[in-house]
Design a protein around this ligand. Structure first.
Ligand code: NAD
Length: 316
């Protein structure tokens, strides 16, 4: 919780910032997700100040490119970060040339990376000490939804700041949901992805079993999708090649949501389960399966390649 004097100071400075609606927005991390998200902000008329540790990631943008997160913070008082892991987020915020080195009072810093909720809380404390505001706003929806501006954002932080965050996040997503205190966005995201991993593995197992029993995979998918086994992994993102068009399984599991990132999110679920003493039996097993896939050459493939992994492992 913010102490009362700090909270009121932050809210005072925030009022002046959120009035300046189309002032430049900082964007750090222009990867698979950050690239289309930044482009959607541009489409809504926001000039950007951008930075990525991998300079090529900024190449296709006409916007102002700077050479560190600190430089972004010097030029923009609203910044979005979209980075792979907790370590990268800490580096971008608290590193030698991190945001916190030059952040302006009253700035709004939104982290959309999927990271450990306890790291989000630590970052929020550091940001608060500088008189600025931090919100965690991880996303669900993948690269396709990032392109079409249909992401779901799960937002944690000071409630009075939600409207200011929503103004930017609404340009990139069709659902922007307030989840409560800082870290709660990450909590919701981690739970969703643990369920997604479990349901994807379950779908891959059921499809493989049906195929072994002699069923046509398209017919089996049709039956599952009109029956109680239906889920997003079966009806929107089926892992079996040839069942659906326009999904990674139709393209040798290229693009989409990488197996490494799924293993990372399951690791976050595992850590959170340990710290809260929550049983996640299937979540732990899913974590081991995705870690094993990374070790066996699947790390760059989409996470639905668990179907291919089962096929290759099935002679045991
Ligand atoms: P990505 O690896 O494609 O992009 C990350 C970008 O961050 C890269 O361009 C990298 O160079 C840059 N970067 C890394 N460290 C940096 C630093 N310290 N400073 C500046 N730039 C830095 O990852 P992504 O697929 O865009 O995913 C980003 C986040 O979104 C992850 O936390 C992921 O779990 C989450 N996510 C991804 C998807 C998806 O489908 N890809 C869906 C939902 C959520």
């Amino acid at each position: 919780m913010l102490s009362a004097p700090i909270e009121s100071n932050i809210l005072k400075s925030v009022c002046s910032r959120s009035m300046a609606s189309k002032t430049p927005v900082g964007f750090i991390g222009l990867g698979n997700m950050g690239n289309p998200m930044a482009k959607n902000l541009m489409k809504h008329g926001y000039p950007l100040i951008i930075y990525d540790v991998f300079p090529d990631a900024c190449k296709e943008f006409q916007e102002e490119v700077v050479s560190s997160p600190a430089d972004v913070a010097e030029k923009a008082d609203r910044i979005i970060t979209m980075l792979p892991t907790s370590i990268n987020a800490v580096e971008a915020y608290s590193g030698t040339n991190g945001i916190l080195k030059k952040v302006k009072k009253g700035s709004l810093l939104i982290d959309s990376s999927t990271i450990d909720p306890s790291v989000s809380k630590e970052l929020a404390k550091e940001v608060e000490k500088m008189g600025a505001v931090f919100m965690d706003a991880p996303v669900s929806g993948g690269v396709g939804a990032a392109r079409s501006g249909n992401l779901t954002f799960m937002v944690g932080g000071v409630e009075e700041e939600f409207a200011a965050a929503q103004e930017l996040l609404g340009c990139m997503g069709s659902n922007v949901v307030y989840c409560g205190a800082v870290g709660n966005g990450q909590a919701a995201k981690i739970c969703n992805n643990m369920l997604l991993a479990i349901s994807m593995i379950g779908t891959a197992e059921a499809m493989n079993l049906g195929i072994r029993l002699g069923l046509d995979p398209k017919l089996l998918a049709k039956i599952l999708n009109m029956s109680s086994g239906r889920c997003w992994s079966s009806d929107t993102y089926n892992p079996v090649p040839g069942v659906m068009d326009g999904v990674p399984s139709a393209n040798n599991y290229q693009g989409g949501f990488g197996t490494t990132l799924m293993a990372k999110d399951l690791g976050l679920a595992q850590d959170s389960a340990t710290s809260t003493k929550s049983p996640i039996l299937l979540g732990s097993l899913a974590h081991q399966i995705y870690r094993m896939m990374c070790a066996k050459g699947y790390s760059k493939k989409d996470f639905s390649s668990v179907f291919q992994f089962l096929r290759e492992e099935e002679n045991f």
